[in-house]
Design a protein around this ligand. Structure first.
Ligand code: DGJ
Length: 743
């Protein structure tokens, strides 16, 4: 059992062989944080790690102890009231107007496995021995508030999942309810974030911690292009391969706050949860408010170590359903090939052309429903446009089936366009404040998913649409932020709940549709990657990574995304050149060599390629099918960062370490360049590997050779003298196949 409680010292020790998390019940009854990091041997107490010091002006818990101030004590779930004047984990307003809370330890339980969180996505166990869960109850009898803190430690991963549940005996107003708080004893860290904008999501950004608050957040109603619900604190000497880092990831798709607050004594408080802005939750007696889950990961094996823990956990114990462990079909999507300008004949010609090259699934993107010849109209009614598809979705799906292709369909359920039937019949279903004109974005408005009636309508409509249609994949899009967070269905005391209830409504709709259609592979999307977050992965095991399909930009986007998210979750397509976002021209080889490290597909009219291009695509598809279990489910290593180098490299290694694929990318050529080599990772140092460079259609090219795993990892894979890399101009790339051999 990796959760121990030492009654004498009242110390909790949650541990496995890679992580220890230690806290105790303090003399004042509050919870004090003692340690979070590499596994420690268990001891009856860790009281040496409890530090206090007399500090001027601090409010003290005991008259006789001038050093005992919660302002200067590291805690587990701090509140405003008992002397701590830093930003709290919980802030509530009680019936008498007071915000003073004093949460003291009442008791705890330890149980095998992990309980679900009602209505919210969360990591889970399949067998009780995979994890243990500690639940600590804190209460303030005067305020009538009880908080239960949940801690799940996974047996085989250095990962700890946390959330809190709050209830009360008199009505309260919750204004801040964080999922996690962690007080660390120093601030010698750099904060790693995933930042960006539309078409350049999840760029890796690092800054040294400084005194005060540093934060990432979203107030857009979705997790956003701008910041991902993630931050990491790494030691300054931590790199991809070595060093210590703590990762914090929020399993949530709405407004969030993730911040590090450094005090003048260099104590660092990390808090993560729903953003308190526009959040005000009236809680009545008998009700419980559950925060989303936050997942903390410790690595002493660098950023790659942290990422691999997230990949394993999120791929196997957050994603669910039939597609969780299944290789994903090679698809072709018509969006960049046609935009809104298509009819059935054109689509079937694209589909037949793709099928001839080995593609398995055709995705019909935006524009298949009535009044949708541009993005200005049509969302909401979900009636097929029979002028474009005379046989309806069923007829079109059957024609694809006759070609031997599966059928994928785009939807954007959360939105409505003006002028639609839905808009006319239910003006009150649009998020807006009566008397105030709601703001358009992409000419569309947001449906009030906080209102269960809206969710019910969408469920019925979409279920009716999909019933009997041979659809095996859904791309669920969401193309605007929420500006008018007011629900006509909610009273004045519930308006502060609308944004959270909206996301709960989205989750409920996903839950119902995925349960009704368990065979369908769902891909989430929000103008590319504006909702690429762990919450979505619970329902849709993959997401459209970015609307930017340029291979060079994708190097950064996929590199950054891989910090938290597994390769199997990243939709990655080969698109036409000149690229539609940038006008850049890259080779078909480089475009595929980047997209192979994802849920692979094409987003172009393959019939327009010259014969040589079609031949290459056919070879790429065949290659991908041969290696897709390795590409999608192997252990992924980032080797060289496109954020700091003119070259990027990554690789994936099979579980038995007998096969690996390396992707090596050179962004700009240099005349008379120096030697180049890439140090590999994850191989067996005691085995020999046959190294085969792969050519433009991923076929073997150039001389293969044999090298030791130790040599490839320590000395590196030498890429100098690879003639194609030197002569092909900019944006060149090479894959290397490594296969273990016996001498
Ligand atoms: C935004 C998505 O990211 C694109 O891939 C495409 O589906 C468009 N929406 C369609 O409107």
């Amino acid at each position: 059992m990796p959760i121990l409680f030492h009654p004498q010292s009242r110390t909790f020790h949650l541990f496995n062989d890679r992580l220890s998390y230690i806290f105790k019940v303090l003399p004042s009854g509050h919870l004090g944080q003692l340690y979070c990091g590499r596994a420690l041997h268990d001891r009856p107490d860790f009281d040496r790690l409890f530090e206090t010091a007399p500090r001027a002006m601090a409010a003290c818990s005991f008259e006789a102890d001038t050093a005992y101030s919660l302002e200067h004590i590291r805690q587990e779930y701090p509140v405003c009231g008992p002397g701590d004047v830093r930003l709290p984990a919980l802030d509530a307003c009680m019936p008498d107007g007071s915000r003073l809370l004093d949460l003291q330890y009442q008791g705890h339980t330890v149980a095998p496995g992990k309980p679900p969180i009602q209505g919210l996505p969360a990591t889970y166990t399949e067998q009780p021995e995979e994890a243990d869960t500690l639940t600590v109850t804190l209460a303030d009898p005067l305020a009538g508030v009880t908080v239960r803190l949940f801690y799940t430690i996974f047996a085989r991963l250095p990962a700890l999942a946390r959330h809190a549940e709050i209830c009360c005996t008199a009505p309260i107003e919750l204004d801040r309810a964080m999922s996690l708080c962690l007080d660390l004893p120093d601030s010698d860290y750099e904060m790693v974030e995933l930042t960006g904008a539309w078409a350049r999501e999840r760029h890796l950004t690092t800054r040294p911690l400084a005194e005060g608050v540093q934060a990432v957040y979203s107030l857009r109603g979705h997790s956003s292009h701008q910041f991902n619900p993630f931050l990491a604190l790494k030691r300054p000497d931590c790199g991809e391969m070595q060093g210590e880092v703590l990762g914090f990831s929020l399993v949530y798709s709405g407004n969030f706050l993730a911040q590090a607050d450094v005090d003048p004594y260099h104590v660092t408080r990390v808090t993560m949860g729903i953003h308190p802005q526009n959040f005000c939750w009236k809680l009545d007696p008998g009700q419980t408010f559950a925060t989303p889950e936050a997942v903390l990961v410790y690595s002493d094996r660098g950023l790659n170590g942290m990422s691999q823990t997230y990949h394993t956990l999120y791929r196997s114990r957050l994603a669910r359903g039939r597609w969780r462990d299944a290789v994903r079909p090679v698809l072709v999507n018509n969006w960049e090939a046609t935009y809104f300008d298509f009819n059935e004949e054109k689509l079937l010609s694209l589909a037949a052309g793709a099928k001839a090259l080995g593609v398995e699934l055709f995705v019909l993107d935006d524009g298949w429903f009535r009044n949708r010849s541009s993005d200005e109209t049509g969302l909401g009614d979900w009636q097929v446009d029979t002028a474009k598809l005379p046989g309806g979705l069923k007829g079109f799906g059957e024609k694809l089936g006759a070609l031997g292709l599966q059928f994928g369909l785009w939807i954007e359920p959360e939105m409505v366009s003006p002028g639609t039937r839905l808009w006319q019949d239910h003006p009150d279903w649009v998020l807006h404040q009566p008397g105030r004109r709601p703001l358009p974005s992409r000419h569309q408005y947001v449906l009030d998913l906080s209102n269960p009636a809206v969710g019910d309508y969408l469920y019925d409509r979409l279920a009716a649409l999909l019933d009997g249609v041979p659809v095996s994949y859904i791309k669920w899009d969401m193309n605007r932020s929420i500006s008018d967070a007011f629900s006509c269905a909610a009273g004045p005391d519930r308006q502060g709940q609308v944004l959270h209830r909206y996301i709960l409504g989205v989750y409920r709709l996903y839950e119902r549709l995925t349960a009704r259609f368990p065979g369908i592979l769902f891909e989430s999307c929000a103008s590319g990657g504006a909702r690429f977050d762990p919450g979505m992965l619970y329902y849709a095991p993959q997401a459209w990574t970015s609307d930017d399909t340029d291979a060079v930009e994708r190097l950064k986007i996929q590199y950054g995304t891989s910090l938290v998210y597994p390769v199997s979750s990243m939709g990655a397509h080969v698109a036409a050149v000149p690229n539609h976002q940038l006008g850049r021209v890259t080779s078909l080889t480089t475009r595929a060599n980047v997209a192979f490290f994802g849920a692979f597909g094409y987003e172009m009219d393959l019939t327009r390629l010259p014969p040589r291009g079609r031949e290459l695509v056919a070879r790429q598809v065949a290659f991908f099918k041969q290696y897709r279990p390795l590409l999608q489910f192997g252990t992924f290593w980032r080797l060289q960062s496109p954020f700091t180098h003119n070259e990027a490299a990554w690789m994936t290694v099979s579980p038995g370490r007998d096969t690996a694929l390396v992707g090596d990318y050179l962004i700009l050529q240099q005349a008379n360049a120096g030697y180049r080599r890439v140090r590999l990772a994850g191989l067996d140092p005691d085995r020999l590997y046959r190294v085969t460079p792969l050519g433009s259609g991923a076929e073997p090219c150039g001389p293969a050779y044999t090298a030791g795993g130790d040599e490839l990892m320590q000395a590196g894979l030498v890429t100098t003298g690879d003639s194609r890399m030197q002569q092909d101009g900019d944006f060149v790339s090479r894959l290397y196949l490594l296969q273990a051999v016996t001498e």
